[in-house]
Structure formats: C-alpha cells, structure tokens
Ligand binder design. Structure first.
Ligand code: F6R
Length: 609
C-alpha cells in the first residue's frame, strides 16, 4: 500500500508532489512526507502525521521550492502511524520512499548496527536507506549502488531513491509493488499509480518486475533484474480520473452508492441485444475457452470475494458449472488442486491487491485453461497480466468501502454467466431470463435508493450497539457477508454473517434481547426456511430487522421490524438487496461521526500481503 510520487524538472515540483499525494491518498492516509532539494542545494524533508492535508498545511507555512523531490503517503505496516515512521527515510545524503515490505529488515538492521548505524524509526524501510549509504561508500554511481543493494533485500518493494550529492537523478526499483514513469518534456516523473501523474503527462512507461530505472529530466534508462539495459514500451493513457469531485454529495461513498444505477446502465449499454449478451471485448477466438471450461475457480479478497461467493451460487444453480471461491491469501499458500478444465477468474476493484495478483501469477504455473480478470482499473497489474479481461467500468471509486465496484462486478458476472450458458448450448431461457432481469436492474436499484429515508431512521437503532448478526440463505448469504463487512469497516460495530441454517449450530447462543439480527429474506424458494430461522431468533428474544419484499402478514410486531422492499427479479436480488444495506451502514457511520470515506486503519488498495 502507500503511495509514491517523484519528480525531476526544470520547474518547481513541490505543488506537483503534493497534488500527487492527494490523488494517492486512497492507498494510505496514516501519515505523509516529502523530501525536496531546495534552490540553495539543501535537502528539506517535511513529514506529518495524518492525512495529506496536514502536510499541505505544513508546506504552506514554508517557502519551499525545488526541482527534484520524492514524496509518500503511508499506510502503516511496520511501525505505528507516527511522524518518525513517515517516509521519506534518510541516511546522510540518501532519501528513500518505499511501498511494500522488506521481510529481512531485522537481520539487515543487526548488521547495520555492527557498522555503526542507528535506526530512528520502527519501519522496515529505513534500513534500505542506510544500506544504500553504506554501499555507496564503496564507490560507483547511485544506480550501481542500488543495483548492488537490491539482491540483499527480501520481500516486496516499489521504491524511489534520491542522493542529495547527485541532484540530477532519481533511481527507482520495482519488485512486487508497481511503479510507473511519466514522461514529460525536459521533465520526468515516477509514481506508484498513474493517477498521480496524469495532470502532468499521459505518456507512461510501466516498470516490470525486477526493473531498476535511472530517471533524469531528459533521459530514462531501464535495466532488468540481471542488469541488462532494456526497452519498455511507452503508452499513451486514456484513463479518466474524476477523484476530485463529490458533486452534490457529502461523501464519496454516498456519491458512489447513488451512481450505481447509472454505471450499471452504462456497463450494459450495447451488450444486450436480441435477448443475448455480446462481449466483443473477449474476442471470438477466446470463446472456445469459456465453452470448454468445466470448473471455475474464483480468487479475490474482501468485498470482491463476496461478489465471487454470489457468483458461485449463480454458476452452479443456473448452468451447473462447479465453482470454487477462494480468499486470495489462502489460495496462494494452500497448494490448491486444479480441477479438470478449470478456468481462473480474479475479481478486484483496484487490480493491485497483492494477494490476488500473487494468486494470478501462481495460477500461471498451474494447469488452468486460462485466466480472466474482472476489474475496475484498466491500467492495473491484474488487467495487464491476465489472459482475458472484463472491465467493470464503474468509474473511480474513492470511498474506501467498496459499493459500486461490488454491484458492477456482479453485473459483469451475470453477463458472463449468460454468455457461458449460450456458448455451452444450454436452454435459451436461461440467457433470456438474465437479459430480462439485467434490463430492468438500473430501475430496480433506483427503487432501492428510494429507501434512503427508511435507512436514516433505522440507523438510529444501531448507533449504541456493539454487535450485529446478519443472516441470509442461498445467494443472499454472501449479501449478508457483504452487509456485515460494510457495517464493520465504516461504523466499527462488530458484525458477523451466517448462513441462516447455521444459526442453531452455535451462533444462537449469542442471541439476547440486546442483539440486533438483520435478516435478508426476499420472496424466493427459501423464504419458508428463513422464516423458521426468524422464529428461532424471536423465541430467544432477539431483535429482528427483516429486509424483504414478501408478505409477513404484519408490518411490525414486538421485537421484529419488517423493512418492506420493492419487488426485484429473483436472479438479480443480491445486486439490489445490498443497496439498502450500504445505505444503512453509511448512515450509522455518519451518526457515529466516523470518517466515512477513510475509515481508520484501512486503505483503498491493499498492495502488501
Ligand atoms: C471493502 C473493501 C475491501 C476490498 C478488498 C479487495 O469495502 O473495499 O474489502 O474489497 O481489499 O480489494 P480489490 O477489490 O481492489 O482487490
């Protein structure tokens, strides 16, 4: 995680660094800092605890100006959020910003101590600055010194190094954490994400794994892991980034919840024709892969994992294709067995989630038919490294809690389901029912958004609660999981989701008259089953909130509140039913006075393992 930007130019780059950090804040917002060679040739470092605005305020109180510098916004891994742990870290003339984790930092630190170095921070990064300084004393250019140091490091890094004795160059190194060079005219830039660079240039060069680059204002030299000079293609990015604008909304999360009907409608446009799903972006030559698959392995993390869980119910019940869903961090270490003709699908909003990427890379050494990424960021590593790609096209998602990326992932998964059904020659009614449901989905979500006032009212019941249970059955069980995840990450209320049938196998012991239980109970073939689970909770004095479009014969009875929701088509119920739960979490967090868009301890993109 964390965000990096570096710049070398003929003009003052302080504003460029600060604006870059502001754009990168979604990667971490515990603390931030910059190091700039000022006009007198002195290296000035400023660091502040908290969001980037604190650093901006600190810079405003100075007359800092310079044409080479590096900057960083941090999500703490090693060492608590504190100014002393904020980057850049410095060892004499060497300054460094780093994303990733240096796993062997303790053994390096022990060696550095013997050599007389003292580490001031608790981070795994500071040792690299000292190591570069130590190695530099043996001679060679900064590039050569860094190339000698890198083999001593174990773990992951995207790092940029500045030596104040050679203020005409930056050295960047990538292994496991992305870096992209922005090419200008008489100026060049480096960042962990293109969105930091887009205001200056759209000409981008992505570093590959193991690459080391020397960047001056007029030249870029790139070397691979073995030290050979290599050419990496320059691309012209067409990424649109609308991060700066919340429009009429109070928070990005609120804006993103309300954008859902529009982005889903946009995603569907041109793809539903004559009761068929068209996916020209997959390429007809790849359709054979989808036709032949006999098993689907989904790998993802967090909210994306929950979307994968919904898809499992869909793939198995509608087209009888067995589907397994794994949390990426488990998949990569559990030595999974590849089923016959299995196809790998990764789901990710950012496309930079370290565990999901590692799982994809691992899968390439296994016998999967191929890989498909369902992703929201076109320039991401996941998109670049997958065989096939379907973009969710949700637009920038800035709120840390995923909302529209979840519903657009589900929309794309449903489109894929219809496509595979067609390719496998299954009954046309399956594809038709999916197409029919998708056509009205934006309208159905709009109807759900009209429940906002109801959620505002309901939120009051939860603000003093410490625990909440979510129950669902079938494809609504993952929606219970996603509802619980939304609640805990922004309201800090402990929430757990259970498949409702599991209640009596343990969690029922938690029920007392203070325990709210949210039940997702749409009118479907499992309704009678879930009604029995509701009775089990009622009999033990639990406090029930039932989200349903079914008739319960009453609106509210003692200790049971019925949240009457509009009708939705059975197959798209999971997509529609998450919307009121997103709104509920949003309003609870708001009432609690929490930072809705940047909840504590989290970051939008989890680029460390
Ligand atoms: C929760 C949330 C996270 C992400 C997870 C995976 O609201 O946003 O759980 O879903 O970190 O991120 P992506 O989808 O970018 O791989």
């Amino acid at each position: 995680m964390c965000g990096i930007i570096g710049a070398i130019s003929y003009r003052n780059i302080v504003g460029i660094l600060l604006d870059g950090l502001r754009r990168l804040q979604y990667r971490g917002y515990d603390s931030s800092g910059l190091a700039v060679m000022d006009l007198t040739g002195e290296l000035i470092r400023l660091r502040r605890l908290g969001g980037v605005q604190n650093l901006i305020n600190a810079v405003e109180n100075t007359v800092l100006s310079g044409s080479i510098g590096i900057a960083h916004t941090r999500w703490a891994t090693h060492g608590k959020p504190a100014e002393i742990n904020a980057h850049p870290h410095i060892s004499f003339d060497i300054s460094i910003v780093h994303n990733g984790i240096i796993e062997n930092y303790q053994s390096i630190y022990r060696q550095l101590k013997v050599w007389g170095y003292t580490c001031l921070s608790e981070t795994d990064t500071e040792v690299v600055a000292h190591l570069v300084h130590w190695e530099g004393q043996k001679g060679g250019s900064l590039l050569e010194v860094v190339q000698r140091v890198l083999p001593c490091l174990r773990g992951t890094y995207g790092m940029v190094i500045l030596d104040s004795r050679m203020p005409d160059r930056l050295i960047a190194a990538r292994s496991g954490s992305p870096l992209v060079i922005g090419c200008g005219i008489d100026e060049n830039f480096i960042g962990s994400d293109p969105i930091a660079l887009l205001p200056m240039t759209r000409r981008l060069i992505y570093l590959e794994e193991g690459d080391v680059a020397q960047i001056t204002s007029s030249s870029i030299m790139i070397f691979d892991r073995s030290g050979n000079s290599v050419h990496r293609c320059e691309i012209t990015s067409n990424i649109q980034h609308d991060a700066g604008n919340k429009g009429a909304y109070n928070h990005y999360m609120q804006k993103e919840i309300y954008e859902q009907p529009r982005v889903i409608k946009k995603r569907l446009k041109g793809h539903l024709r004559n009761n068929k799903i068209n996916f020209p972006e997959l390429g007809s030559e790849n359709e054979i892969l989808l036709k032949n698959l006999q098993h689907i392995q989904i790998v993802a993390c967090g909210t994306s994992y929950n979307a994968g869980m919904v898809a499992k119910y869909w793939f198995e019940s509608f087209i009888q294709v067995p589907c397994d869903v794994d949390i990426a961090s488990e998949f990569r270490y559990r030595q999974p067995v590849v089923r016959h003709n299995s196809f790998l699908i990764t789901l990710s909003q950012s496309g930079e989630t370290a565990d999901t990427l590692a799982a994809l890379r691992l899968s390439k050494k296994m016998s999967y038919l191929g890989s498909l990424a369902i992703c929201n960021v076109p320039s991401s590593s996941l998109v670049r490294e997958s065989d096939l790609v379907l973009m969710t096209q949700a637009g920038s998602e800035i709120g840390v809690a995923s909302t529209k990326s979840f519903t657009t992932q589900l929309t794309v998964l449903l489109m894929l389901l219809a496509k595979i059904s067609y390719l496998k020659g299954m009954k046309p009614e399956i594809e038709k029912s999916i197409v029919d449901a998708l056509k009205v989905l934006p309208y159905r979500i709009n109807q759900m958004l009209l429940q906002n006032e109801l959620m505002v009212d309901l939120a009051k019941d939860f603000i003093h609660k410490e625990n909440v249970l979510f129950l669902g059955r079938g494809a609504q069980y993952p929606i219970a999981m996603e509802g619980a995840l939304k609640l805990k990450e922004i309201s800090y209320i402990h929430a757990e989701a259970y498949a409702a049938g599991e209640l009596k196998h343990g969690p029922l012991a938690l029920i007392d008259n203070n325990m709210p239980v949210i039940v997702i109970a749409p009118d479907n073939k499992l309704l009678e089953k879930i009604k029995s689970n509701i009775e089990e909770v009622r009999a033990r004095g639990g406090l029930l909130y039932v989200f349903t479009n079914a008739q319960f014969g009453c609106s509210n009875i003692e200790r049971m509140r019925i949240i009457s929701l509009p009708y939705v088509e059975d197959i798209t119920t999971p997509i529609s039913y998450i919307v009121p739960l997103q709104l509920l979490s949003y309003h609870i967090a708001l009432l609690k006075g929490n930072n809705v868009d940047q909840p504590r301890n989290l970051a939008k993109s989890v680029t460390v393992e």
